[in-house]
Design a protein around this ligand. Structure first.
Ligand code: ADP
Length: 311
C-alpha cells in the first residue's frame, strides 16, 4: 500500500492533466500485472497438454495482449507529450503577442509623464505612474513566461558577447540602490582589481543577477545586509550573493530551482513573485557552461552562487 502511495498517481495525473488511468505509472503497473498473470496462465494451461502447438497459440495470445496494452501505454505518453507541447506553444505565442501592446502602454505613459504632463494634477500624474509601474511588472512576467517557453522548447538561444562581469554587477547594484536604501538594506560588492572577461549573453546574465539581487532584497528583513563577491576559481568566475534574510526551509531546498516553486515561508512576506526566476537562471547558467547553487538556513540567511567559464 505504501508503494502505491509513493507512486502518488492522483498527483501525477493532476500534474500531467490526464485521468489516473492514463498516467504512465498506472499503465506500467497494469502491464506488469498482465505480464505476470499471462505468463502464469500460459505455463498452467500448457502443462495440461503435451502438444507444443498449444504453447505456441497461448504465447501468441499473450504477445497480442501485451502488444495492445503496450500500445495504449505509448498512446498515453504520446498524448501527454502532445498536450505539453501545445501548452508550451500557447504560452510562447501568447507572451510574444502581449509584448507589443505592453510596450506601447509603457511608451505612452512615459510620454505622458515626461512630455505632456502640463495640466495634469498630482493625483493624475500618480495614477499614470502606477500604470507605468504595473506595465513594467507585467512586461517582466511576460518576458519570463516567454523565456520559460523557449527553455521548454529547447529554443533559448544565447548570444556570445564579451562581458565585464564586475562592471555589469556594479550597474545592477546601482539600479537597485534606491530600492535597497528605501528598506535600509546595505549592499557591498568586493572583487579583485583585474578579472578576466567572460563570453556570454549579456542580457541574460544581467537577468540572472537582477533576479538574485531582487530576491536578496525581497527576502531580507529591513536593515539587512547583502554582500556580493566576484572571484576567479580555476577556469571560472564565481559570483556570490549573501543575505541575512528569511532563508529557505530545509525540507523545501531540493525544490528551489523547479518551475513556479515558492517556499511557504516567503508567502507571508512577499505575495508578489512567480517562482520562475531561479528556473530561468539555472537554465541560462547551465547552457552557458556554468553551475548555480545555494546554501541557506531559515531565519539566518542565504548565499546564492553561480559560476561561468572564463574563455
Ligand atoms: P520568486 O522570487 O518570483 O518567487 P524565484 O524563482 O526567483 O521566484 O525564487 C523561487 C523561490 O526561492 C522564492 O519564492 C523563495 O521561496 C526562494 N528564494 C529565492 N531566493 C531567496 C532568498 N534570497 N532568500 C530566501 N528565499 C529565497
Amino acid at each position: 500500500m505504501q508503494f502505491i502511495n509513493d507512486l502518488n498517481l492522483k498527483k501525477q495525473a493532476k500534474e500531467l492533466g490526464v485521468s489516473v488511468w492514463q498516467t504512465p505509472s498506472f499503465l506500467f503497473i497494469v502491464m506488469g500485472f498482465v505480464i505476470i498473470i499471462a505468463m502464469t496462465a500460459t505455463y498452467y494451461v500448457s502443462s495440461f497438454y503435451n502438444d507444443p502447438a498449444v504453447l505456441v497459440v497461448a504465447e501468441s495470445l499473450v504477445v497480442i495482449i501485451l502488444f495492445i496494452i503496450g500500445n495504449s501505454v505509448i498512446r498515453g505518453v504520446e498524448q501527454i507529450a502532445k498536450l505539453n507541447r501545445m501548452k508550451t506553444e500557447f504560452v510562447a505565442i501568447a507572451s510574444h503577442q502581449l509584448r507589443t501592446p505592453l510596450s506601447a502602454i509603457r511608451w505612452e505613459t512615459e510620454l505622458l509623464t515626461s512630455k505632456f504632463n502640463e495640466g495634469l494634477n498630482e493625483k493624475q500624474l500618480k495614477s499614470i505612474e502606477s500604470i507605468n509601474i504595473l506595465g513594467n511588472r507585467m512586461t517582466r512576467l511576460v518576458n519570463d513566461l516567454l523565456d520559460v517557453a523557449r527553455i521548454d522548447q529547447g529554443q533559448l538561444f544565447l548570444k556570445k558577447e564579451k562581458i565585464d562581469l564586475a562592471q555589469l554587477t556594479q550597474e545592477m547594484i546601482d539600479n537597485f540602490s534606491s530600492l535597497a536604501s528605501s528598506r535600509n538594506i546595505h549592499i557591498s560588492f568586493k572583487h579583485p582589481e583585474h578579472l578576466p572577461s567572460i563570453v556570454g549573453d549579456s542580457g541574460k546574465i544581467r537577468l540572472i543577477i537582477e533576479n538574485l539581487l531582487s530576491n536578496a532584497i525581497k527576502y531580507s528583513v529591513d536593515h539587512g545586509n547583502i554582500e556580493i563577491t566576484l572571484k576567479r576559481v580555476d577556469g571560472f568566475l564565481v559570483f556570490g550573493i549573501k543575505d541575512n534574510g528569511i532563508g529557505i526551509p530545509k525540507n523545501q531546498q531540493d525544490q528551489i530551482f523547479k518551475k513556479f516553486f515558492r517556499s511557504n515561508n516567503v508567502l507571508k512576506y512577499q505575495t508578489e513573485g512567480t517562482g520562475l526566476g531561479l528556473y530561468i537562471a539555472k537554465s541560462i547558467v547551465e547552457q552557458s557552461g556554468g553551475k548555480i547553487w545555494f546554501e541557506s538556513r531559515e531565519n539566518t540567511g542565504t548565499v546564492f552562487s553561480f559560476s561561468l567559464p572564463v574563455k
